[in-house]
Write a protein that binds this ligand. Structure first.
Ligand code: AVI
Length: 324
């Protein structure tokens, strides 16, 4: 189950409980204990992630915003005006205005699985861009999505910022990029484009600091998963016996988050017993980092041809424009 990483599925509340329990019980049964990263994002976890984007060590959000702000004219030239922008996993859509200002689109379609969040963000965006038709769609973007008829004839630009693609193992990432291509399809001969944020391989010290900040916000984000298990799955995990760790896995080119047992512990979850030896870990997230080549390969594996790449002034983060 951990292989899927952040992959989203469409679930009602009961389904969420069941899927959460199943993923946790299965993941803790493996030799390397692991829980899929998507369970980090309950309300508290989503708020903690918003906080992470503001901390000094976490550069990706600022770097990507810098590119979107500084390179507006280049985006407009490469993408052209009048496309329908389809944002995958729009969430609170904070980066969207920067892109929309630059490319003057004909419509905006935010896709997200969290309906309330989605509609609120869509309303805020409509207020900022009064003439722009906005069609929010509550959907799981891991699968092909039916776009509104109203944008049928418009050429599409997919927008997937934040390097969320990095939270997936390559196989899942390629599946997602393929289903994005299916969702966006060609319209009257105009190929869809995709603008995607991909974080870059860099000095491991910089990466590890970004995922283990001095204020301990990322640690809280990680502990929140254990708290959520205790709360929602009748768990007895002793949180005080866990330490947050961010490690650079060079072989896999990813930062991994782990919860490390600082002493031998035993606990129960939904009536099942588990034990961890001192130093044993639960693997809770992957955040893959890319080189120009590995980014291009991933896109090409899913049928996207990379056309242009932009980086921030410190060359920490990239936005890539690809064409189907
Ligand atoms: C959402 N995602 C792109 C973040 C990342 O950088 O991989 C999640 C995150 N985990 C710890 N800090 C941030």
């Amino acid at each position: 189950a951990s292989e899927g990483g952040i992959a989203l599925v469409d679930l009602d509340e009961q389904g969420v409980d069941r899927a959460f329990r199943a993923d946790v019980l299965e993941g803790l049964g493996h030799r390397q204990k692991a829980i899929p990263a998507r369970w980090l994002y309950d309300d508290a976890g989503s708020q903690l992630f918003e906080d992470i984007t503001q901390i000094p060590e976490y550069y990706p959000t600022r770097a990507e915003a810098e590119i979107l702000t500084a390179r507006g004219a280049e985006f407009a030239a490469a993408i052209g005006k009048g496309r329908a922008v389809v944002e995958f996993g729009s969430g609170s859509s904070v980066k969207t205005p920067l892109l929309l200002n630059a490319i003057d689109p004909a419509a905006y379609v935010p896709l997200d699985i969290a309906g309330d969040f989605l509609r609120q963000a869509a309303d805020e965006l409509s207020a900022k861009f009064p003439g722009l038709p906005v069609y929010p769609i509550e959907a799981d973007f891991m699968r092909e999505v039916d776009l509104p008829d109203a944008i049928d004839r418009l050429p599409k630009l997919g927008f997937f910022p934040g390097s969320t693609i990095g939270n997936m193992v390559p196989r899942t990432a390629v599946d997602l990029l393929r289903s994005m291509r299916a969702t966006l399809r060609a319209d009257h001969g105009v190929q869809p484009m995709l603008l995607i944020g991909m974080d870059l391989v860099k000095d491991p010290a910089v990466l590890e600091a970004a995922y283990d900040d001095a204020a301990g916000v990322t640690a809280e984000f990680n502990y929140n998963l254990a708290r959520r298990i205790n709360r929602e799955l009748s768990g007895t995990i002793p949180i005080d016996a866990l330490r947050h760790e961010a490690r650079w896995n060079d072989r896999m080119a990813r930062v991994e988050m782990h919860l490390v047992a600082t002493r031998a512990i035993q606990f129960e979850i939904s009536g099942q017993s588990f034990a961890m030896a001192e130093g044993e870990t639960i693997h809770t997230e992957n955040s893959h980092k890319f080189t120009r080549r590995s980014a291009n390969l991933l896109l090409q594996a899913a049928g996207w041809s990379p056309r242009k790449r932009w980086r921030d002034s410190k060359k920490q983060f990239s936005l890539i424009l690809a064409e189907a």
